[in-house]
Design a protein. Sequence first.
Length: 301
Amino acid sequence: MDSRMNAWTWGLLVLLGLIWGGSFFFARIAVQHVPPLTLVFFRLLLAALALHTYIAGRFEFYAILKARWCEFLILGLINNALPHALIFFGQTRIGAGLAAILNATTPIWTVLIANYFTSDEKLSPAKIAGCLVGLAGTIVLIGPGMSAGGEAPLWALFLPVLAAISYGFAATYGKRFKDVPAPVTAAGQLTASSLIALPLSLLTDRPWALAAPPLDALLAILALALLSTAFGYILYFRIMATAGATNASLVTLLVPPSAILLGVLFLGERLAFGELAGMALIGFGLIILDGRAYRLLAKAV
């Protein structure tokens, strides 16, 4: 175990897994009353405003935003606006747990995309094995949707996977922001993505004509924006600063179980055996990709 992963850091990591797993839970509640594109806009706008308040003029934020607005627009599109919309549309027909499992394939797509677009992150035998196992898990999950007997429509199953692919491109593109303070990158992309989502919401949903959502949906939107997005980013950056990016990436393994638990406890969701098997395969693939288990085994031997 990495010495920097002390009990406090593990506690923060588990908390972040619950918070990001909760985003699928909150989205499942809100999307029943608010159209997906409008939900995306409010999530991004409220989170951006919260992070602007958190930064409060530090890090020369506005100078950086002005100088790199085009890059922030691209990152905001592929890391926020597009994947959030895809997940929310999918969650109109599938539960929080299943959406979280499908989206957990993000590191797999990241590895494949980085292999093609970068020179320093090429595939290794361990990475190939991890990708193959994880993709097998994805096939197990999506397979029933390809037959008439599938409970969820195929398009709803594919959308969280497409969101994961978008996140993979964003992770590779985001490397160009390594010289920018992490809170600035987060606030910049959220600001840009909320501007992208605004016209889409106005043109497609005409939000001013929608019925007022019930209290539970309003609370879910606030939780999505302030807890799962704004606070989630701050927590993630804190873990990265104290334990490193590799340790922070372990949160990927914690998000699906927390989303499943919340869905089972509060939404009456249940996962079939095939869905649990798919989750197990994806989780095993992520463990192989991480490489930590192999290194510990090698040390033990």
